[in-house]
Ligand binder design. Structure first.
Ligand SMILES: Cc1ncc(COP(=O)(O)O)c(C=O)c1O
Length: 358
């Protein structure tokens, strides 16, 4: 069997590890940038009624028009722009690779950044170019990015805005320079849009190569798996051709349409998370041995200035708190942990455990 695998599976796939999701049962889950809040009982009831009425013997609507309309309205997507939905934004990253990818074609992004850009480039046989961020504060090294765009000629350039796992937002003027210099498409990944006031969504159409990608995951609907990509309709028409039919299932369509009618609820949850982020940041700053980086997202990157990230990660888990250990993930992330902003009592439990371990 191993011989057959070696002959049939591409070496770059054999070299990969499957995306690892740690077991979180029984733990305070602060590892995956989820919204910690559920819906109030009256909306839950309405939701259960809707799910009960869903015709699961039928294929869902292939374009999910109710979800598209609800997203357009809730997120103020310019009317003249096209929209395509994905089974999470991860699927959109894959669709983009299938649309413009091919042997020798490259994806460019900033490192440390969101790992799926690199992984999907590898899955689809494309090259990946990661331009390092500046070590001191994870700011963008603009001359290095402009150089790499010119040298590597990527067909796709991804910028997470704000960036994961660092949480910072790059200056809009620098992004504009990248869009104008890029030979291919530039995808601004606004997965963390609920937690910042900055967005390029209103500027769609200003450049022929700009697309904006978002997800409902971080606003509180990670279980639905629903991402969306907006941009000039000519581009969206091409990308839509590689979308698998019925990629947004019937239960997601029903749930998302309802959830987006209750936008105010999610706005209130988001506001609570932003307020908690400020409290968590100050508390981390006050801890000896913890250096938090300012964040515009729903998580905070913390460097343990005295080291010991692996020990502290394991110690937190032993005390019932799961965060993300980034030590070893990238040279710039040495001794770093990433903590998602949870409910006040969850953050307090994390801080108490961290203080005890430091
Ligand atoms: C920058 C960024 N983009 C996209 C995603 C994936 O989002 P989705 O849940 O829609 O696949 C994440 C998830 O962590 C992310 O950090």
């Amino acid at each position: 069997m191993q011989v057959l695998i070696a002959r049939l599976v591409r070496p770059e796939i054999r070299a990969l590890h499957a995306y690892h999701v740690p077991e979180a049962a029984g733990l305070i889950k602060l590892d995956a940038m989820e919204n910690p809040y559920l819906w109030p009982p009256d909306i839950q009831e309405e939701w259960h009624r809707l799910l009960g009425a869903a015709e699961i013997n039928r294929y869902p609507h292939p374009q999910a028009p109710m979800v598209q309309a609800a997203l357009r309205e809730a997120m103020a997507i310019p009317e003249s722009m096209g929209l395509v939905l994905g089974n999470g934004s991860d699927e959109l990253i894959q669709m983009l690779a299938m649309t413009v990818g091919g042997p020798g074609h490259k994806v460019l992004s900033l490192d440390p950044g969101f790992v799926m850009y690199r992984m999907i480039a590898t899955f689809t046989g494309m090259g990946y170019v990661g331009v390092p961020l500046n070590a001191a504060d994870f700011s963008l090294d603009l001359p290095a990015v402009l150089d790499a765009l010119d040298r590597e000629q990527p067909v796709l350039t991804y910028i997470a805005y704000p960036n994961n796992p660092t949480g910072n937002l790059f200056p809009a003027e620098e992004i504009v320079q990248i869009i104008e210099a890029a030979p291919g498409l530039v995808i601004l990944d606004e997965a963390y849009a609920p937690f910042t006031d900055a967005s390029f969504l209103p500027r769609l159409g200003d450049w022929p190569n700009l697309l904006v990608m978002r997800t409902v995951s971080k606003m509180g609907l990670a279980g639905l798996r629903l991402g969306y990509l907006a941009g000039p309709p000519e581009w969206i028409e091409q990308i839509d051709k590689v979308r698998l039919p019925y990629n947004i299932n019937a239960l997601t369509q029903a749930s998302a349409a309802l959830a987006l009618q209750h936008r105010a609820l999610f706005d209130a949850q988001t506001a609570a998370i932003r307020a908690e982020r400020a409290r968590l940041f100050s508390a981390l700053e006050a801890l000896d041995g913890a250096d938090p980086y300012p964040s515009q997202a729903n998580f905070i990157l913390v460097r343990l200035s005295l080291g010991g990230a692996d020990r502290v990660f394991a110690g937190l888990k032993g005390r019932g708190v799961l965060v993300k250990n980034l030590n070893g993930a990238h040279p710039l992330l040495a001794e770093c942990l990433r903590v998602t902003v949870g409910r006040p009592e969850e953050n307090a439990a994390f801080l108490a455990a961290l203080a005890a371990l430091l």
